[in-house]
Design a protein around this ligand. Structure first.
Ligand code: C5P
Length: 313
């Protein structure tokens, strides 16, 4: 049976990961308000689940971590993604999207971007619009700078706004401890605070050194530590001074290095292995400086279809 004659599912389930930025270098603000980035993304094992089912119009519901802080109307990035795909393909079909959140909201881990990426893939299946990964990638970039990465996952170098991706050859599995805050940080505020600090020279060019790509090839966490830098760390800490205490809580532990994830306020600490990560998490939990402490690993795949359901109509 060809793809065109295959019966379409009535419901699909797509899962997409959150991310941390192993390196995030920021250049001077561009005319369009975006900053040129040189970043290395790693997708980690915190997932957004999107259950999509055929409906008359486009609607969204949300459950899971921090769900009460997520809008369900047109401001929701998953809603935007469904609308964009419908407009781009001229389809009049609708969808109900139920999002189950694991990625902290406004936590610097690309949760909304994961929802958008998962929705593009889910609606493409549900509506039979048949776009390939490259076409979905173009729509993803229209939705936000981090959305293309949520489609591809794994470990990747990102330039431009962070949306021009090159897969990175990374060996092994990295173990991270995440210190999560209940209160999020809006990304534009963090970039604006960096601009206001005047610390980016107007002619600054940003890049990722080849030595970092080599370190990723070894699969040894200890080789990565000197490359873990984030230009958004200072502005994030400036906006949330409490993060100083969270960072300090990792100091007495076996964490190999600690970074602010993306635009924060999530803090990510690299551990030597899973056992070390569990021990570090326990110590940081006891210090009571973070609202929640999680152990995750990376890299993991990008958005993928996990289930299709067809009921007889
Ligand atoms: O693309 P996205 O909507 O996720 O970006 C959110 C905001 O983050 C942008 O409006 C911009 O203020 C900031 N941003 C930036 N430069 C980037 C990516 C994001 O200034 N490369």
């Amino acid at each position: 049976m060809s793809a065109a004659t295959m019966p379409r599912p009535d419901a699909v389930h797509v899962r997409a990961p959150g991310k941390i930025n192993l390196r995030l270098r920021v250049g001077p603000v561009r005319r369009d308000g975006y900053h040129p980035l040189a970043t290395v993304f790693q997708a980690v094992s915190l997932f957004e689940d999107v259950h999509a089912r055929v409906a008359d119009d486009i609607s969204v519901s949300v459950s899971g971590r921090h769900a009460e802080r997520v809008p369900t109307d047109e401001r929701n990035l998953a809603h935007c993604a469904a609308t964009l795909l419908a407009d781009a393909t001229g389809t009049s079909a609708g969808v109900h999207l139920h999002i189950t959140k694991e990625v902290p909201v406004a936590g610097g881990m690309g949760g909304g971007s994961a929802d958008a990426a998962a929705t593009l893939l889910a609606c493409d299946q549900l509506w039979g619009t048949g776009l390939d990964r490259e076409e979905l990638g173009h729509l993803a970039a229209e939705l936000g700078a981090d959305v293309p990465f949520a489609l591809t996952g794994q470990t990747a170098l990102g330039v431009g706004r962070g949306d021009m991706l090159t897969p990175a050859l990374a060996r092994g599995r990295y173990h991270w401890v995440l210190a999560v805050s209940e209160t999020g940080l809006p990304t534009p505020e963090v970039f604006a605070s960096l601009d206001a600090s005047g610390t980016i020279p107007p002619n600054r060019r940003v890049s990722v050194p080849p030595s970092m790509m080599k370190a990723l090839l070894t699969g040894e966490p200890s080789r990565l530590t000197s490359h873990l830098v984030n230009d958004l760390a200072e502005p994030a800490v400036h906006l949330r001074p409490h993060l100083t205490q969270v960072l300090a809580a990792f100091e007495g532990t076996d964490a190999l290095a600690t970074i602010v994830s993306g635009s924060g306020p999530t803090i990510a600490a690299l551990a030597a292995d899973h056992t070390a990560a569990v021990a570090i998490a326990e110590q940081v939990r006891r210090s009571r400086v973070a609202d929640e402490v999680l152990v995750v690993h990376g890299p993991v795949p990008g958005a993928r279809l996990t289930e299709q359901v067809r009921t007889d109509r």
